[in-house]
Design a protein around this ligand. Structure first.
Ligand SMILES: CC(C)(COP(=O)(O)OP(=O)(O)OC[C@H]1O[C@@H](n2cnc3c(N)ncnc32)[C@H](O)[C@@H]1OP(=O)(O)O)[C@@H](O)C(=O)NCCC(=O)NCCS
Length: 191
C-alpha cells in the first residue's frame, strides 16, 4: 500500500483523505453547474449524489493496486474543504499516473488549487517514484489548461473532435510532466 504521510501541509492548506463530514463543503461545489461545465459525464449533483461521492472518495486514501485513485481534500486554515485533487495510478510498469482536480469557484483565483496539486505531484514524484504524470481536459476548459501549465506540465496533444461531450464532438487536451522535468522546475513544495 502506498500513501502520503497525512496530513500533507502546504503554505496555506492541509491535505488529507476525504471524510464523511466533508459532505456540506463538497456538496457546495458539486451542486454548481459552472463546476461541472467541462467535466465528462458530470451533472450538478443532488445532496444524496454528493453523499455517495464523498463516501467513495473517503475510501481513496491510498494506492493498493494499479488503477486505484488517491483523493485528497484541500482544507483551509478555517477548516473549509475548498476542493479535491486526485491521482490515478494508471500504470505500474510505466510508473505513470493521471492527475485531476475540482475546486470551489468561490475559493478560485488564489492559487490554492495549484498549491494543492503541486503537493500531490511532489508526493508522486519524490516519494512514490513516478516517471510521468499526465492530465486531460476539454479543449475549452481554459482554467484547467492554465493550471496544468502553471504546474509545469507541457501540452502534448490536442485530440481534435476525439470524444462526444454533451452530444457534440469535442477536442481533448493532454498535458504531461516527467520526473526530471518536475525536479528541474519551479513549483510550490509542501512546507
Ligand atoms: C481547474 C480549477 C481547479 C482551476 O482553479 P483556479 O482557481 O483557476 O486555480 P488556482 O486556485 O490555482 O488559482 C489560479 C489563478 O489564481 C491566480 N493566482 C493568484 N494568486 C496566486 C498564487 N499565489 N499562486 C498561483 N496562482 C495565483 C493565478 O494567476 C490564476 O489565475 P488565472 O487562471 O486567471 O491565470 C477550477 O477551475 C475548477 O475546479 N474547475 C472545475 C472543475 C474542472 O473542470 N476540473 C478539471 C477537470 S479536467
Amino acid at each position: 500500500m502506498f500513501q502520503p504521510t497525512y496530513p500533507i501541509r502546504t503554505a496555506r492548506l492541509t491535505l488529507r483523505p476525504v471524510r464523511i463530514d466533508d459532505l456540506d463543503d463538497v456538496y457546495a461545489y458539486q451542486r454548481r453547474p459552472d463546476v461541472v461545465r467541462w467535466m465528462l459525464g458530470a451533472e450538478p449533483r443532488t445532496r444524496e449524489q454528493s453523499r455517495a461521492s464523498v463516501l467513495a472518495m473517503a475510501g481513496e486514501d491510498a494506492w493498493r493496486a494499479e488503477g486505484d485513485c488517491l483523493t485528497v481534500a484541500a482544507v483551509t486554515d478555517a477548516g473549509v474543504v475548498v476542493g479535491i485533487v486526485e491521482l490515478v495510478w494508471r500504470s505500474q510498469v510505466d510508473r505513470t499516473a493521471e492527475i485531476g482536480f475540482v475546486f470551489h469557484p468561490d475559493h478560485g483565483g488564489r492559487g490554492l488549487a495549484t498549491e494543492a496539486a503541486a503537493a500531490v505531484l511532489a508526493w508522486g514524484f519524490d516519494e512514490f517514484g513516478l516517471h510521468r504524470v499526465y492530465g486531460r481536459c476539454h479543449g475549452r476548459n481554459a482554467a484547467s489548461a492554465r493550471m496544468m501549465t502553471r504546474l509545469g506540465m507541457r501540452q502534448e496533444a490536442r485530440h481534435v473532435e476525439s470524444y462526444l461531450f454533451k452530444g457534440e464532438w469535442a477536442d481533448q487536451l493532454v498535458f504531461a510532466i516527467l520526473a526530471h522535468e518536475w525536479r528541474a522546475g519551479i513549483r510550490t513544495p509542501p512546507s
